[in-house]
Design a protein around this ligand. Structure first.
Ligand code: PXP
Length: 238
C-alpha cells in the first residue's frame, strides 16, 4: 500500500495572514489524520513563514499522529528538531528568497554535514529522509549517507504536466531512480507540486511508497468546503 502524507503548512499560511488563531494547524493535523492520511508533514522554515515552533511542538506531541518534519541543515533548526522529536525528519534545501522548495539537496557539496545530521536523528530512532532531485549520482551518495528514505522532487515533472509539455523523459528518469534507490534498500517517496494527474502518473511506479502533498490538497479543499459554509451562513442569516 502506498502512503499519503498531507502537508498542512498552508493552513498556517492562512492563519498567519490574519495574525490570529484560525485556521489552527493543530486542528488541521487532527482532521487530516481522522480522514485517512497516513502522516502529516510540516516544514519548520528558518523564517517561520508558516508553521512556527509552538505549532511544531504541539503537532509532534499529538498521540497517535505520525509527523514528518521537514527542516533545512541549519544547526539551530536541527537542534530544535532533535528536541521536538518528530517521527520522521526530511532534510530539504532552503533558500530565503524562494517561494517554495525549489529543488533537491546538493548532496555532493553538503555530504559531511548531512552525514552528521542523519546520525543524530538515527540515534533518536527518527526516520531520516533526503529531499533530492531524480539523479543517479545523488542516489548513490544517499546510499553512502545511510539514509532511510529519499523523497524525489517532482516539481519539474508537475510543471511539465500542468503546462501540457512532454513529460515522459522526466517520468522515466524518476522511475529509473526509484528502481535504483529501492534496489539499494532506500525507501522512495515523491513530493512537490503534485495534483491528481501527476499523482496518477507516479502511482504506476511500484517503488514509490509515499506521497507528500500539500498545496494542491489545501487549495482544492476550499472548493469542497465553500458550498457547506455558504449554506451554513444562509441558515444563520435567514
Ligand atoms: N515534499 C517536500 C520535501 C516539500 O518541501 C514540499 C513543499 O513544502 C512538499 C513535499 C509539498 O509540496 P506541495 O505543497 O507542492 O504539494
Amino acid at each position: 500500500m502506498k502512503r499519503l502524507g498531507v502537508n498542512i503548512d498552508h493552513v498556517a499560511t492562512l492563519r498567519n495572514a490574519r495574525g490570529e488563531y484560525h485556521p489552527d494547524p493543530l486542528e488541521a493535523a487532527k482532521f487530516v489524520k481522522k480522514n485517512g492520511a497516513d502522516s502529516v508533514t510540516i516544514h519548520l522554515r528558518e523564517d517561520r513563514r508558516h508553521i512556527n515552533d509552538f505549532d511544531a511542538k504541539k503537532i509532534c506531541s499529538m498521540k497517535g499522529l505520525i509527523v514528518n518534519l521537514e527542516i533545512s541543515t541549519n544547526a539551530k533548526i536541527v537542534k530544535k528538531a532533535l528536541n521536538i522529536k518528530p517521527n520522521y525528519v526530511c532534510l530539504v534545501p532552503e533558500n530565503r528568497k524562494e517561494i517554495t522548495t525549489e529543488g533537491g539537496l546538493n548532496l555532493k557539496k553538503n555530504k559531511k554535514i548531512i552525514k552528521k545530521i542523519i546520525l543524530k536523528f538515527k540515534k533518536k530512532r527518527i526516520r531520516t529522509c533526503l529531499f533530492i532531485n531524480a539523479s543517479v549520482k545523488d542516489i548513490k551518495i544517499a546510499k553512502e549517507l545511510d539514509v532511510d528514505c529519499i523523497e524525489i522532487h517532482t516539481g519539474r515533472l508537475a510543471n511539465l504536466v500542468k503546462s501540457k509539455k512532454n513529460y515522459l523523459r522526466d517520468l522515466n528518469n524518476i522511475k529509473k531512480c526509484s528502481i535504483l534507490a529501492n534496489s539499494l534498500g532506500i525507501e522512495v517517496h515523491a513530493g512537490h507540486g503534485l495534483d491528481y494527474k501527476t499523482t496518477k502518473l507516479l502511482k504506476k511506479i511500484d517503488q514509490i511508497k509515499e506521497f507528500n502533498i500539500g498545496h494542491f490538497i489545501i487549495g482544492e479543499s476550499i472548493f469542497f468546503g465553500l458550498k457547506k459554509l455558504i449554506q451554513n451562513f444562509r441558515k444563520i442569516i435567514k
